[in-house]
Ligand binder design. Structure first.
Ligand code: ZN
Length: 272
């Protein structure tokens, strides 16, 4: 069966002298692995279109066993992502997260959309660290966690002060703080941001710029959820940590093109 699928190259693995095994996240069929014959040869018409992060349209022949990539046409080459080490590092994290959380050959259009939006935003020069954080929050349901962020997870109140509770899996209002001694108190801005990270499409919040401390704070929460729920340790995350510790070793420039110093006061006002 010959399928035409829209997909993103998540990773490749050399196979033999000239071939590559390519893992795609496709819109139509979820995660798919296929052999790209000859794709390791620079002269191959499959060489460039099977590079990681490429978003393209692919003809994949499937039969028994692993499918083969017959043709590929790039829709977006994601060149900036490949050329900028900081962009590469965070895009790798987004891609690895999707790869680890999504099962093979089961359509997950939401996850596909999250990944396309994220890579496109990084490609366009938005703060890659913030974008990777969006992906983390948006992929949470695939870890089995559906955080309750629209009301108090215990009493359903929507007003009052709020905190994040890992044991309750979401927000707790001040009336229920006593239920968890380890709550993380949130300011109204932090509360709003966490909700946005989880529920607003990336394309609508591309203009949002975040302070370093804000990202750190929000990341702390999602990292804890991931570690406790999945125990996953991603290779790309170790690389980001090295990069942050000694950027000069990698010639990295952390000033993203569109990063501002001030946080957007009312990010949703940017929706137009
Ligand atoms: Zn409550």
């Amino acid at each position: 069966m010959l399928n035409k699928w829209e997909g993103i190259v998540l990773k490749t693995q050399p196979y033999g002298e000239t071939n590559k095994i390519v893992t795609f996240m496709t819109r139509e069929a979820g995660k798919v692995t296929a052999m790209a014959r000859g794709a390791k040869k620079p002269s191959s018409r499959l060489a460039s279109v099977t590079q990681p992060f490429t978003y393209g349209s692919f003809l994949i022949q499937q039969g028994r066993g692993m499918g083969t990539v017959q043709q590929g046409e790039p829709l977006e080459s994601m060149r900036h992502i490949r050329e900028d080490i900081v962009a590469t590092a965070y895009a790798s994290y987004a891609v690895e997260l999707v790869d680890r959380l999504i099962e093979s050959e089961k359509a997950e259009p939401y996850a596909f959309e999250v990944l396309v939006q994220a890579l496109r935003a990084i490609e366009e020069g938005y703060d890659p660290e913030a974008i990777a954080l969006f992906v983390e929050w948006k992929m949470l349901p695939f870890t089995g966690v559906q955080p309750i962020l629209h009301e108090c997870a215990s009493c359903s109140a929507v007003d009052g002060e709020f905190a994040f509770s890992f044991t309750q899996g979401g927000f707790l209002c001040h009336r229920c703080f006593h239920q968890d001694p380890y709550i993380i108190r949130l300011t109204p801005t932090q509360l709003k941001l966490i909700r946005m990270f989880y529920s607003v499409p990336i394309e609508k919040i591309g203009k949002l710029t975040l302070k370093k401390e804000t990202k750190k704070f929000i990341k702390k929460i999602s990292t804890t959820i991931y570690e406790e729920q999945t125990g996953m340790r991603l290779k790309s995350k170790s690389f980001i940590e090295q990069l942050e510790r000694a950027p000069q070793l990698f010639g990295a420039n952390f000033e993203s093109k569109k990063e501002a110093t001030e946080e957007t006061e009312n990010p949703q006002a940017d929706e137009d």
